[in-house]
Design a protein around this ligand. Structure first.
Ligand SMILES: Cc1cc2nc3c(=O)[nH]c(=O)nc-3n(C[C@H](O)[C@H](O)[C@H](O)COP(=O)(O)OP(=O)(O)OC[C@H]3O[C@@H](n4cnc5c(N)ncnc54)[C@H](O)[C@@H]3O)c2cc1C
Length: 387
């Protein structure tokens, strides 16, 4: 086992850390207040070839490894200081991933160059009646009079939806029988498809999150991603990919907060000594560091499992997401505490980090759903051998 970035990957991580710092971070606090997505930085990110690294050369990509892309993402998340922007990137990467893995060559040629070139993608599973039970979707495709189908349904709380150009929709095709969950990819502008306003959320406010309405949207075979009726398996695999990315970005964002925290505990004194000398303060840094290393390295382990086709990919991705989401909230609270009253002020980044962190317990599958996945895998994998 050899878990190190190559010099080339370190260079790309640094390139995107610097990009995040100069092109994304400025104005993040104001965008958090107004709930604005940084669309011009999104276009710049695409122009910098961020998305091309792990995309096939057949559709204009560089044909690099998954690690190349993860190095880009880790760098961006370290520098950006705009968690919503990075969340939008995670959702968008999920759509590129699912099309790369399960799309037809025609879909890949038609959509991936747009997604790597500045268009915005969304992946929509959650519906108003619930998001945890993903297999219970009500969005339905029915046969149309003149061939193809019409897709009708309502999706809620979808990252990028208010501004997305291409949308992956989880639906069902009752004509197929019991196993009918099917994925569709549709573009903005198609008759019957509309999106609602950016929701007013506690955190991740710079990522446009909102509903999608589908009323008799005409879809054909060309819009089906993967095998009809096999959408649940495809969905589970791309949700696991999302979870892996959460492990990477939460670790990177927390790491970016450490220098400020160290400076604070070094400079600030209480009871005649720097805060850094008080063990209860040291413990807060230990919490953050443990979260960074555990969520990051579990995500790396999940990426390694994905590349090798190891069936532990999904459970490792759930472990990474759980470490990131729970450790992320705990660490954000602990780092805020180091700053005392000033950490609680709206003008400081600490309260924004906490609000952003809470969303990660919900987005991409809740904490409870990760525990459910981990328990199920554990009970199956470690069941006592039959005697
Ligand atoms: C910032 C943000 C971005 C998002 N982006 C997307 C997106 O891009 N695409 C998308 O499809 N969705 C997205 N979502 C929605 C998210 O995936 C759902 O909110 C989430 O899956 C939970 O669904 P729900 O809100 O309907 O809660 P419910 O499913 O109604 O669950 C409510 C609570 O009950 C718990 N619960 C449910 N079942 C069980 C059980 N069996 N055992 C124990 N506890 C249980 C849940 O964990 C949760 O705490 C986003 C959410 C947020 C906050």
């Amino acid at each position: 086992m050899n878990l190190t970035w190559t010099p080339e990957q370190l260079a790309r991580r640094e390139k995107y850390r610097a990009f995040g710092r100069t092109a994304v971070a400025p104005g993040a606090e104001d965008r958090d207040a107004t709930g604005d997505f940084h669309r011009s930085a999104w276009k710049e990110l695409a122009a910098s070839q961020f998305w091309l690294s792990h995309v096939s050369t057949d559709v204009g990509g560089h044909g690099g490894t998954l690690w190349d892309f993860l190095a880009n993402l880790e760098g961006l998340a370290t520098g950006a200081e705009d968690s919503g922007f990075v969340l939008s990137a995670v959702a968008h990467a999920g759509l590129i991933h699912v099309l790369s893995e399960h799309g037809t060559p025609e879909q890949q040629r038609r959509i991936i160059p747009a997604l790597t070139g500045g268009a915005l993608g969304a992946t929509a599973a959650t519906e108003p009646q619930g998001g945890s039970h993903v297999a219970a979707v009500a969005t339905t495709a029915r046969p149309a009079a003149h061939g193809g189908w019409t897709l009708t349904g309502h999706k809620s709380h979808i990252t990028n939806a208010p501004a997305a150009d291409h949308l992956l929709i989880v639906g069902r095709m009752p004509e197929l029988g019991k196993r009918d969950i099917t994925l569709f990819v549709v573009e903005r502008g198609r008759a019957g498809l509309s999106t609602g306003d950016h929701e007013h959320l506690l955190g991740q406010r710079t990522s446009p999150t909102g509903p999608i309405y589908l009323q008799d949207v005409a879809v054909t075979d060309d819009d089906i991603v993967g095998e009809p009726g096999n959408g649940l398996a495809t969905l589970y695999s791309f949700l696991a990919f999302d979870r892996l990315m959460y492990g990477i970005v939460v670790a990177a964002q927390l790491e970016a907060a450490l220098p400020g925290a160290i400076a604070r505990i070094t400079d600030r004194h209480a009871f005649g000594s720097p805060l850094a000398e008080h063990q209860m303060i040291q413990d807060k840094l230990v919490t953050a560091r443990t979260t960074i290393e555990s969520s990051r390295h579990l995500a790396y382990a999940a990426a390694d499992a994905l590349i090798r086709g190891d069936d532990r990919f999904s459970v490792l991705a759930s472990c990474a997401k759980l470490a990131a989401s729970e450790g992320g909230v705990h660490s954000a609270l602990e780092l805020m505490q180091i700053f005392g009253h000033s950490g609680y002020e709206r003008t400081q980044p600490h309260e924004r980090r906490l609000r952003d962190a809470v969303a990660i317990r919900i987005a991409g599958g809740t904490t409870e759903m990760q525990k459910k996945n981990i328990f199920k895998d554990t009970a199956e994998r470690f069941a006592p051998a039959a005697t």
